[in-house]
Design a protein around this ligand. Sequence first.
Ligand code: MN
Ligand code: MN
Length: 309
Amino acid sequence: MEEKVLIFGHKNPDTDSICSSLVKEILDKKNGCNCSKAVRLGKVNKETQYVLDYLKIEAPELIEKVEEGTKVKLVDHNEFNQSVEGIEKAKILSVTDHHRIANFATSEPLYYMAKPYGCTSTILFEEFKKAGLKIDKTEAVLMLSAIISDTLLLKSPTTTDCDKKALEELAKIAEIDVNTYGLEMLKAGTDLNEFSAEELINLDAKNLEKDGKKFVIAQVNTVDINDALKRQNELESAINKEIEKNDLDLFVLAITDILNSNSEIIALGSKAKETISKAFGKELNDNRAFLEGVVSRKKQILPNIDANI
Ligand code: MN
Ligand code: MN
């Protein structure tokens, strides 16, 4: 039997990580590479489940770690601290990503496709085009869902003209009204009630490191910031536990209002006050700050914190 090549996105997978790994598997197969297999590194969130239910398809298989020498293809991430356990000793064949490149190294040559787009699926969409491959309905829904998720329906400042073009074309293939479908999909991801505080702060959390300082930026989407803040006390104790457990200097939880494109952050840790003040020119009040017009971790939150921690 041919050796499997595992395709996966980052830990705490979002819709782009799940959909892009599924699409990458299909793209590989259409290119004659039959050994590719999409897998995932964590629980499927509710927004992504909405997409899978819409398409009536199963989530990729969950994996916990990879053995030495396992062939892998990364999508939607490159940093090892956001990847699978054992990644350092895996054989990375390719990366398809739209994030900064950091904490990444390989001992062998590889394919590396990085574009500063709003979504990995936009890069994959262009790969279909380049190869002259037809995109069918399922693939179109997977890719357009990822684009809607990552760009918050094209409202995030990470959105590029390429994302807009891809979404428009994919919507035609999928025969979907993007705004109706997209809002339903995004809203499915804002139903946070059944999650414990601990689950909530880890739903979409990224582990980061700068000059030996460890920090986490987590994000949850909501349609009502005040509703989410009713759980502030509970969220803070979960965050403080996480800080203690992982020896973190800073934990930022961004609660993002997807309708009005703002975020309220809760920031805790020894570096919280100073870093947030320098990064955003805002003083924490009750461990919180309101960041008007801020929705993108990648473009608006992470770079500012990274430069000021
Ligand atoms: Mn992602
Ligand atoms: Mn992405």
